[in-house]
Design a binder for this molecule. Sequence first.
Ligand SMILES: [Cu+2]
Length: 148
Amino acid sequence: MIDLRLSGGLAAAALLLSPLPAAAKDIVIHMKNQGADGAMVFEPSFVKAAPGDTIRFKPSDPSHNAETMANMLPAGATPVKGAMNKEMVLTVAKPGLYGIKCMPHYSMGMVALVQVGKVSAAELTAAKAAKLPPFAAKRMTAALAKVK
Ligand SMILES: [Cu+2]
């Protein structure tokens, strides 16, 4: 989804007419009690973004939060911790891998992965080596397999 909430229609029209630069994307991830991958999930649990994009973690069901994982965050990226039952907005400036967890359901495997831009082999290896609780590790491994 492209966010066109700019100040006034003229700015939006100018943006639509202009071929460059590519507008930053607005990507939505839902926090759900039940999804295609089972109970307590981020959906989708893997997204690919570009630097400057915004990822919105929406509390589609209650009792969830979204926060960045200290052991899976690009160097120099600012950690973000969303409040319970609130949308968490993550604007990704740095390329790399951003691991996301829901604190209450981390041990139940409620994790997501955001790939921003290109990821080096060393960075992918480091992410795969990060220590996670067993159910979280299982879903994170599946997400890391989608990185390319
Ligand atoms: Cu949760």
